[in-house]
Design a binder for this molecule. Structure first.
Ligand SMILES: Nc1nc2c(c(=O)[nH]1)N[C@H]1C(S)=C(S)[C@@H](COP(=O)(O)OP(=O)(O)OC[C@H]3O[C@@H](n4cnc5c(=O)[nH]c(N)nc54)[C@H](O)[C@@H]3O)O[C@H]1N2
Ligand SMILES: Nc1nc2c(c(=O)[nH]1)N[C@H]1C(S)=C(S)[C@@H](COP(=O)(O)OP(=O)(O)OC[C@H]3O[C@@H](n4cnc5c(=O)[nH]c(N)nc54)[C@H](O)[C@@H]3O)O[C@H]1N2
Ligand code: SF4
Ligand SMILES: [Mo]
Length: 702
């Protein structure tokens, strides 16, 4: 819907960035006569970002008319054959036939479906429905397992609901003390930096917890330079400190929580001195952090992938939530626990049924009443909905073990982003059938048997749910290249060929209307949200259970939580080390993460010259003392080896990193892919891989 028509026939279309969970508000400049997006500006009226954006967003329109865009479907019998470009009908028939062939030979559960957090709510909803009712497999999961699953598992357990930020982004500026754990907002969610600046201008202190002094240190007062993989000890010591110093908000704990006594007993020996030996963070600094948090009038603890992407990520987040609950700093504006969601629709992507254990509206797939509610809207018998399936990493492991023989990927690039990627790639290469839907070729499309091209975000409408649970609308700005279909339509076309009803949608809005109905009464209730309401109100926070309901920007007000008894639950957690600790052979800790210019596997940013020229090649960060020991200087080459693989990269020598730690960005595939080294061990509760720590050795390459 054009905002207004400008002279020269230029229209400005209000929409949002297609990358991270900030979902910055944009106005795209469109020349309707030649169907071109020629630029963009920030949308100052969008309440979350007020016109702000980062360098990736400002160049994001270069994706739209990019020469590398996939525009015609293509197929091949084996993944070493040359490609044949075919009509849509031929590609859809081929895909439906291949899925049937895999299932006829190996059973229904030999097919798996792999989704993503970049997809719209409409698409993730249909992907889950399609997997269950058309493919009839339990195995559907998505890349958010690698992203939000530990924080989600912890929030569900402690609060009975998982909304990344249970308050609007603007509330962060009301906090007087902010503890930011394993989050590099300056590079990953840059518009948040302004909110932190506002908080500091109003007198807030900001402490970060990161093995590196990152760009984010510019808006922080102190950094707790934790050893990778040890945040759980820190969380336990923070709780131990407030208990030992009588700083617990007993009135809050009594009225609004259960389980405190068990959590208290579990941290009795977790003194700051004990935590110092594990984390490497000075005991006095741990004590000071706990005191400042507890004594500030308002305080917030925000976590991101640093502490979460660990084989004990869920318990680590639970240890932070224990600490926040004990201090009573939750349930009023300016206080609380939150996790910073990463992908554009990382939030909505984990609510509407593309997870192996889940049905739409954040319902549970093994809950009889939930199954009945969803079956009623789908018009099927409850027994037709399969039970829980394998999670993302487990699917890829089953592919490597040849238990899963066919895979349908929509919106992910697992041949770069999965842990121990050498094994993942070898498994995917041997699949009987791989279908991939993407708008650019990727390392994963290169191994496929059928590739469906799809629209980019400016070519089809759809809703996304940002990091604060605000459901927003991406408007269509231009027509796609001839014949190209949005993801949801590809699923409907396939369902039709598979002889399954319930997929005859005419528009994304049509799909959203069914999603609204099916989410009604669920935890993530979207039933009162419509496209028009989103347009009028600049986004609506879920839950929104009726058309007259204003939406819910803040959860837990006055200490009302979403568990059955209305209380938050403390958890007794116990320390254990990372799955792979350094030893004589592999003496250093490797951790991985992001830089400003590139996005995830880089498939969308390596193609954008102003981004690529700033960060053209991979590297790792090491400390001067380690560089001296192995005899290497900045831009010199090193060989980095773990028990799973080896990469050769150049180094950036910097004293901003711990001497025992090596940091590598994740944005490259092929021989330089850092996931050749990472440990695929999973958090048993969330199934999150241990991306943030494994043991490595390092040698200079002459
Ligand atoms: N530029 C850019 N922005 C992005 C993305 C991107 O790829 N590029 N991706 C988006 C997505 S999907 C996500 S999930 C978010 C991620 O956003 P973040 O979580 O902020 O990103 P990371 O760089 O993975 O990790 C954050 C920090 O954790 C630190 N760290 C490493 N190991 C540990 C540890 O053991 N403990 C602690 N406390 N810290 C540790 C790293 O040094 C790093 O500075 O970013 C989103 N935004
Ligand atoms: N070592 C290490 N590994 C990590 C991480 C880490 O910190 N360390 N972080 C993990 C995290 S948090 C994440 S989120 C994952 C992400 O891992 P991936 O999902 O593999 O990452 P992307 O590069 O976003 O891949 C998305 C693909 O889908 C395409 N795409 C984008 N939008 C759409 C769409 O709307 N429709 C379709 N059909 N395709 C689309 C893109 O072109 C791209 O090829 O990586 C994880 N891997
Ligand atoms: S990448 Fe994230 S921060 Fe940057 S413009 Fe897009 S939504 Fe905003
Ligand atoms: Mo992520």
């Amino acid at each position: 819907m054009p905002l207004r028509v400008l002279p020269g026939n230029l229209e400005k279309i209000k929409t949002h960035c297609n990358l991270c969970a900030m979902q910055c508000g944009f106005k795209l400049w469109v020349e309707p006569r030649n169907n071109q997006v020629i630029g963009l500006e920030g949308d100052e009226e969008f309440p979350t970002t007020h016109g702000l954006m980062c360098v990736k967003g400002s160049h994001s329109t270069q994706q739209i008319h990019h020469a590398d865009r996939l525009v015609r479907p293509r197929i091949r019998e084996t993944n070493t054959d040359p490609w044949t470009t075919v009509s849509w009908d031929a590609a859809l028939d081929f895909c439906a036939k291949k899925i049937r062939a895999v299932q006829d030979r190996h059973g229904r559960s030999a097919m798996a479906v792999f989704g993503g957090g970049a997809l719209t709510n409409e698409t993730v909803y249909l992907l889950g429905k399609w997997a269950r009712l058309a493919v009839k497999t339990p195995h559907v999961d998505y890349n958010g397992r690698y992203c939000m699953s530990s924080a989600a598992a912890a929030q569900n357990r402690a609060f009975g609901v998982d909304r990344g930020l249970p308050f609007p982004v603007s509330d962060i500026s009301k906090a007087k003390f902010i503890l930011l754990i394993g989050a590099n907002i300056a590079e990953c969610l840059p518009p948040l930096v302004d909110v932190f600046k506002e908080a500091r201008a109003a007198g807030a202190l900001v402490y970060t917890v990161d093995p590196r002094r990152t760009e984010t240190a510019r808006v922080a007062d102190k950094n707790l330079a934790v050893r990778p993989g040890t945040d759980l000890a820190l969380g336990m010591a923070l709780l131990q400190t407030v208990i030992a110093e009588n700083r617990v908000d007993e009135k809050f704990v009594r009225a609004h929580t259960t389980g405190f006594e068990a959590a208290r007993l579990a941290v009795q020996a977790a003194t700051p001195e004990w935590a110092e030996t594990i984390t490497g963070v000075d005991a006095d600094l741990i004590r000071e952090t706990a005191r400042r948090f507890a004594s500030a009038p308002t305080a917030m603890l925000l976590s991101s992938r640093g502490p979460e992407q660990q084989s004990k990520g869920t318990e680590t987040v639970l240890s932070f939530i224990n600490f926040v609950l004990a201090t009573g700093k939750i349930g009023c504006p300016g206080s609380g626990f939150g996790t910073l969601t990463g992908q554009g629709n990382g939030q909505g992507g984990r609510e509407h049924g593309q997870k192996a254990d889940q049905l739409p509206g954040y319902r549970k797939i093994d809950h009889p009443a939930h199954r009945r509610e969803v079956a009623a809207v789908w018009g099927v018998d409850e027994s037709e909905i399969p039970g829980p399936g394998l999670s993302a990493s487990e699917i890829l492991r089953a592919v490597a073990d040849k238990k899963i023989r066919g895979l349908f990927v929509m919106g992910s690039n697992p041949v770069v982003s999965a842990p121990d990627v050498g094994r993942v790639r070898a498994g995917i290469e041997k699949l009987d059938f791989l279908a991939v839907t993407d708008f650019f070729p990727s390392e994963t499309t290169e191994l496929a048997h059928v590739v469906f091209p799809t629209t980019v975000w400016a070519e089809s409408p759809g809703t996304m749910t940002n990091l604060e649970g605000r459901v927003i609308l991406r408007e269509k700005a231009v027509d796609p290249p001839a014949g190209l279909r949005p993801d949801w339509e590809i699923l409907c076309d396939l369902a039709e060929r598979m002889g399954v009803s319930g997929f005859s949608f005419r528009s994304a809005e049509n799909v959203f209307d069914e999603l609204r109905r099916v989410s009604q009464g669920g935890i993530a209730d979207y039933s009162g949200i419509s496209y028009d309401k989103i347009r009028q109100e600049k986004g609506v926070h879920w839950p929104c259970p009726s058309e007259t309901h204003p939406g819910t920007p803040r959860l837990f007000l006055d200490g009302r939580f979403w568990r059955e008894d209305g209380k938050a639950l403390f958890h007794a957690v116990h320390y254990r080390p990372a799955a792979e600790e350094p030893d004589a052979e592999y003496p250093y800790r490797l951790t991985t993460g992001r830089v400003l210019e590139h996005y995830l596997t880089g498939n969308q940013t390596h193609r954008i010259p102003p981004l690529e020229s700033r960060r053209p090649a991979p590297w790792v960060e090491i400390h001067p003392s380690l560089a001296g020991k192995i005899g290497v200087v900045t831009d010199g080459k090193i060989r980095l080896t773990s028990r799973r693989g080896t990469v050769v990269v150049s180094v950036d020598v910097t004293d901003t990193i711990r001497p025992d730690t090596i940091f590598a960005p994740i944005h490259w595939g092929g021989d330089a892919c850092i996931n050749l080294l990472t440990n695929p061990v999973l958090d048993p509760l969330s199934k999150m891989p241990e991306f943030k720590v494994c043991a490595v050795k390092i040698e200079a390459v002459p």
